[in-house]
Write a protein that binds this ligand. Structure first.
Ligand SMILES: C[S@@+](CC[C@H](N)C(=O)[O-])C[C@H]1O[C@@H](n2cnc3c(N)ncnc32)[C@H](O)[C@@H]1O
Ligand code: SF4
Length: 395
């Protein structure tokens, strides 16, 4: 599992040094649901299968502690904030019963003000959706689903060790549409070992044919310590080359643009006004509280992350203590660097005037960025070399 940064120790009372003026910035809640029926071969997210957890920390015990953390957050933030977006991420949040989602959201609405028509997303695995569950999620207030389609090639899903098959995606989408979910994303992965350009092209074609308002496409990262990481080190699978990944990214850009999807962040495309508001809040450096085991939070330059094991997270909350494992007070330089890294990945770009103009001119000459009304916007080539652009901007 990915190691967390070390950070400083987090005070057990959870007090924050600078909670003034919180109302000036959008505020989001991230809600981590760390349970999966089976771990996919490539995944190193903070998630657990039933056999890895004791009875007291199975999914049916999550709600109690999640509500406790909501109340704890309200106490630490000191004022009743307006929540702009909520995102249930995982793990597999679609394993939650709709009654649990409803009770959790009720508790949030008791301690926070919910913005009118706020976006509430739930990540779902295609083999966990039933008609009645989908209808009840919708009634509970979920209004956006992020569906982990990944690929429509059976061989690719097999290498990824997913539990679903391509037919599950079509059935889920039908169910979701029938339940009234107009807003949903299909989440894709490219660059799986053994995936041909044709497999990827078919995946894009199949995703586009479903006509979702939003599509994300992330390049597969194979981390050491995962099942695929071990297969890689034993030589049983071969990582794809940078050129293969670049070809697939460019194919995605061409096919998605031709079909009315516009990129708004390097790995995300949407129809007009269908961008994910929650992720935009992260990328714009706004404030958010992450509820759940291992969840990260950011409030006015302080970043912290919770204890990863559900047991440790629950026990802290049972004692009315902060479930944070550690935290960092970001320096102005760190805040600025993160801002440059995140904002430069967005289509809306970053102010040209804020950088050394010699560096900017070189990036323009190398065709990595364009100047558009005083902003620097990544070109397609720049999107493939975003790290280079970032390093040069901050050199
Ligand atoms: C952590 S999952 C949670 C949602 C859901 N369980 C699913 O798998 O779709 C969120 C997204 O992260 C992607 N993801 C997880 N590990 C990844 C990796 N190593 N490389 C690229 N994407 C990854 C998943 O494929 C999924 O689309
Ligand atoms: S279903 Fe999603 S969260 Fe669970 S193991 Fe697979 S990729 Fe990770």
């Amino acid at each position: 599992m990915a190691a967390l940064p070390e950070g400083d120790s987090a005070p057990s009372d959870g007090r924050l040094p600078n909670v003034g003026n919180l109302k000036n910035k959008p505020f989001s809640l991230y809600v981590h649901v760390p349970y999966c029926s089976k771990r996919c071969g490539y995944c190193d997210f903070n998630t657990y299968t039933p056999s890895e957890l004791e009875r007291d920390d199975q999914i049916d015990r999550w709600l109690q502690s999640a509500i406790k953390e909501t109340i704890f957050a309200r106490k630490i933030l000191g004022e009743e904030l307006t929540v702009d977006t909520i995102f249930f991420g995982g793990g597999t949040p679609s394993l939650l019963e709709a009654s649990v989602v409803k009770e959790f959201l009720n508790s949030v609405s008791k301690h926070f003000t919910l913005k009118k028509d706020l976006e509430i997303t739930l990540e779902a695995n295609p083999d966990t959706i039933t008609q009645s569950k989908a209808e009840d999620w919708r009634k509970a207030g979920i209004n956006r689903i992020s569906l982990g389609m990944q690929s429509s090639a059976k061989n690719v899903l097999q290498v990824l060790d997913r539990t679903h098959n391509p037919a599950n995606v079509l059935t889920s989408v039908e169910i979701l549409k029938k339940a009234g979910f107009e807003n949903f994303s299909l989440d894709l992965i490219y660059g799986t070992p053994g995936e041909s350009l044709e497999d990827w092209s078919n995946t894009l074609k199949d995703a586009i044919a479903i006509n979702p308002p939003h599509i994300s496409a992330y390049s597969l990262v194979i981390e050491p310590g995962t099942k695929m990481g071990s297969q890689l080190s034993r030589g049983e699978i071969k990582a794809v080359s940078d050129d293969d990944a670049a070809d697939k990214y460019q194919l995605a850009e061409v096919m998605l643009t031709e079909n009315g999807y516009l990129w708004y962040e390097i790995s995300n495309w949407a129809k007009e006004n269908k961008e994910c508001q929650h992720n935009l809040n992260y990328w714009k450096g706004n404030n958010w509280w992450g509820i759940g085991p291992g969840a990260h939070s950011h409030i006015n330059g302080v970043r912290w992350w919770n204890k990863k094991l559900p047991k440790n997270w629950r026990e802290s909350l049972d004692q009315d203590q902060s479930p944070a494992l550690a935290r960092e007070n970001l320096t102005n330089e760190q805040i600025r660097n993160e801002e440059v890294m995140l904002l430069s990945r967005l289509k809306t770009g970053i102010d040209k005037a804020d950088f050394d103009q010699k560096n900017v001119e070189k990036l323009i000459k190398d065709k990595l960025v364009n100047e558009v009304s005083g902003k620097l916007e990544l070109t397609l080539e720049g999107r493939l070399l975003a790290d280079v652009v970032f390093r040069q901007l901050t050199a």
